[in-house]
Design a binder for this molecule. Structure first.
Ligand code: C2E
Ligand code: MG
Ligand code: MG
Ligand code: MG
Length: 278
């Protein structure tokens, strides 16, 4: 079953599970339709620079509402999309949508916000990924310096020269690469050294541990030091409390995201409550 997450060449084999099969097919059909009919939506969570306390960018996060199934959390349907082979089409859709939105916002409000897009390790490892990204940049006329691609630490498990090469090519276009959910995967520090990324995103699990446990503070402090020793910038995700923010500031964390500042917002909400106050 491990292999079944690698694109659409493989299918889960589930004998005598007709009901499960039906559900699977229904979900696949619905997700496919949602993508085709532009029912999927992106919300944007602001990212704050702790040097200036200003919004310097936003992370695009996928939202899928189905009338029958309700609000589907991406933590559930993204793995499904990876399993059934829809993830690459979803990735292209998200990239186009996010780039077009960032460019429109930057133009209208005369800003230089950077948009971060989550890309599945399966998608980034697909042949032609860089060419596709170049196409989207040309089509949406976005400045590549205002685009960031987030890949999870899990991507490092697929460590190959091809992947490193892809990342290098993306960076040479001016795109920022960040390593998402840092600290939750299984990667060794040795991989981190070889992986040509620009930013580490410290997972919410570590931010949550900051208060009141002292070991939590030690851990965050060590992660930030490690990132800086490797010349990487740090984003802390899931910041919910003032006390967490204080510790992150004291330890030189560059950027933060979290409910303390804002939840992910619809385009309209982001425009009204963030951009009109930048
Ligand atoms: P992620 O990329 O690590 O995104 C951060 C998640 O934490 C988001 O959940 C965000 O809404 C949530 N979050 C942000 N601040 C806080 C906070 O202060 N407290 C709490 N409790 N949560 C916070 P979301 O939007 O449900 O997305 C979950 C995951 O789904 C993402 O984790 C990412 O791995 C994946 N995902 C979302 N959109 C996409 C996409 O367009 N493409 C791909 N491939 N994956 C996506
Ligand atoms: Mg992310
Ligand atoms: Mg994350
Ligand atoms: Mg995550």
């Amino acid at each position: 079953a491990a292999k079944s997450t690698r694109g659409n060449q493989y299918r889960l084999y589930r004998p005598n599970m007709d009901e499960a099969n039906d559900k699977w097919l229904l979900l696949e059909t619905k997700l496919h339709q949602a993508l085709k009919k532009d029912i999927l939506e992106l919300h944007y969570q602001p990212k704050i620079d702790l040097k200036t306390d200003k919004v310097v960018g936003m992370e695009a996060l996928l939202r899928w509402y189905d009338p029958e199934l309700g609000q589907m959390p991406p933590d559930r349907f993204i793995p499904f999309a990876e399993e059934c082979g829809l993830i690459n089409d979803i990735g292209v859709w998200v990239l186009k949508k996010a780039c077009a939105q960032a460019r429109a916002w930057n133009q209208t409000y005369n800003l230089n916000l950077r948009v971060a897009v989550n890309i599945s390790p399966i998608h980034i490892s697909t042949f032609g990924f860089v060419k596709m990204v170049r196409g989207v940049i040309a089509e949406t006329k976005i400045d590549p310096h205002t685009l960031e691609i987030e890949i999870t630490e899990m991507s490092m498990l697929d460590y190959t020269e091809d992947l490193i090469n892809t990342i290098e090519q993306l960076r040479s276009l001016g795109i920022t690469i960040s390593l998402d959910d840092f600290g939750t995967g299984y990667s060794s520090l040795n991989y981190l050294k070889k992986f040509p990324v620009d930013v580490l995103k410290i997972d919410r699990a570590f931010v949550r541990d900051i208060v009141p446990e002292k070991s939590g503070i030690a851990m965050i402090s060590a992660m930030i030091s490690l990132a800086h020793a490797l010349n990487l910038q740090v984003v802390a995700e899931g910041v919910e409390e003032e006390a967490e923010l204080k510790v992150l500031r004291e330890h030189g964390c560059e950027f933060v995201q979290g409910y303390y500042f804002s939840k992910p917002l619809s385009v309209e909400e982001f425009t009204n409550s963030i951009l009109k106050n930048v």
